[in-house]
Design a protein around this ligand. Sequence first.
Ligand SMILES: [Zn+2]
Length: 697
Amino acid sequence: MRNAALSMRFLLAFVAAASPATSSAASPATSSAASPAAPSPSLPPPLWASKPDIKAFNAIEEGRLAAARKSIDAIVAEKGKRTIENTLFPYDEATRNLDSTAYLSYLMTQVAADAAYRDASTAMTRKVSAVQTDLSLNRGVYQALQALDLSHEDAATKYYVSRQLLLFRLAGVDKDDATRARLKKLSDDLTEETSAFERNISEDLRTTDADPAELKGLPQDYIDRHRPGADGKVKITTAYPDTLPALKFAESAALRRRLYETFDNRAYPKNREVLLKMAATRAEMAKLLGFSTWADLDAAPKMAGTSARVAQFLQDLAAAARPAMEREYTQLLAEKRKLEPGASEVYDFEASYLSEQVRRASFDFDSQSVRPYFPYPAVRKGILDTASKLFHVRFEPEKGAGGWDPSVETFEVWEGDQRIGRLYLDMHPRPGKFSHANMVPIFDGVAGKQLPEAALVCNFPEATATDPGLMEYSDVVTFFHEFGHLVHWILSGRQRWAGTNPLNLEQDFLEAPSQMLEEFMRSPQVLAGFAKHDKTGEVIPAGLVARMNRASAFGRGSSVSTQDALSAISHDIYSSDPATLDPDAITVGAWRKYTKLVPIPGTHFYTSFGHLAGYSSAYYTYMWDKVIAEDFASQFDRSNLLEDKASLRYRRTVLEPGGSVSANDLVKNFLGRPQDMRAFEKWLGEEFEGATPPPGK
Ligand SMILES: [Zn+2]
């Protein structure tokens, strides 16, 4: 069971940067858990082979919803003793069908060619969310699951049911009618408030006037795009491609200050009021559900478990980051003193510019210099080959199989003589397509019944007859990251239950496997397998990889401290008493405490911190997972990543179980202990290892 808000958050958790058929209620062919003996289900042709139009799409989705409802009704109608067959199987069938419905509609909102199709899928996404919410409050289903005798069942089944019961209780299913009615009302209010908060940010595009001379230091193409108007002024908007380069490169501190003031006042004062309402709504929901704060309620189904544990993590993170952050802060201040002798503090609006100056002075590395080694076709092949070696699978192209767009590539995933899943790569920009990068599930995997399918939806350069499709370093990292989500999805697809897919995992674990795979991108051995110069075919030189890694290690202390400050703002707002909540004081306090940077008076960053709506108190999860990812990565032999036996053990203990085991146990099963900060601290300190960058190209 996943209620609407939860399920969308699970899906969103897969967004980088940034939470789903057939037969109904049929008894499965086998009841054994993910045993190797379970027959491998056949892989039907890709759904898009029949080129479903909007009408056909709606028919597919309605069919799945009807199947889910039939299963739910069957559970409630059952009068006899509760058994796995008459209760958990139909429950899991309902889950599988609702998942398939939600996954497909969510995918189509991102990739459908025309606006009408995207609108239809948005409407369907809302519809399935409503069904999921109803299910999360269905007392008959809750009581049926509660009545199951699980004493003879396997551990995965016991865990599955206990986690579903927890999620039901967190939705309020066991409360009296008046309380449930109030919760429903609050939930509807919250939906309105969160969307207003996000909409106020996206709609509030502000403009700063600049003198043309103030653009000095910016790249020429930026200056060319920003010509003065009739009044002699250049207009710089708060859109990222306008403001962020200016904060990084403009020599004029006065301009950067004005831009930052404008940027950090987006949605102010409107969103101050909306935030106070959201905090009050969430606090009341938490109280009704028996928690003292929203941060406690939100942490309950996560690895962290309690708000106190999150607060402790934020302190541990600060302690780990402080040595590197303070050294970097000293560098920034020294850089500032070159222009302003006697300066004693660094303001937040100066950090990006000063960092860039230090980076240029300290590292002989231009990120453009690696692009010729990363043409998209070679990177794609390289990542598939790397994943094959690491996880002992094969990716076989399905020629002419067809996706939703002619550019989509389809691959079957094989292990030995068994087909174990399918993936879709939709990797290049198109008009109307989702503009970031994420992994979107298409089908849950269920042993003996249904193979897992998933898609990567990204926006990387495309190779054409005249353009080799050279990727940025950061694009390649993103590709590894998203592929980490993808292999997690596919390799966990042979569980007994659809509902124990990775989305059943604690939400603060979901970014660990993806961030783990990012680390492999830094291995010269892995890169040598595919990073070859587009013109000369020369393998990327080890010296260049070393310089690239050194340059990318710069600024980790500041960046982790910033993430810590953001996490603290998110956590502290939702663990405060809403009656006395002062988001300005929390924001200023967090910047000063965690980053040492001085905020400009009169700014209100929190009104444009969109994650306060979706992530609410749980912005810490990326850093939480980064700590786990570094701990995981430290178990591998870096000098011989591709041959290391750790990868198979990692696959078996961390990826394959999906959401059939708690994430705290997955971590312990692989590491032999809970995660700790040692590997993360080493990663933080890497920028200060070694005196000078290695010579040579
Ligand atoms: Zn991710």
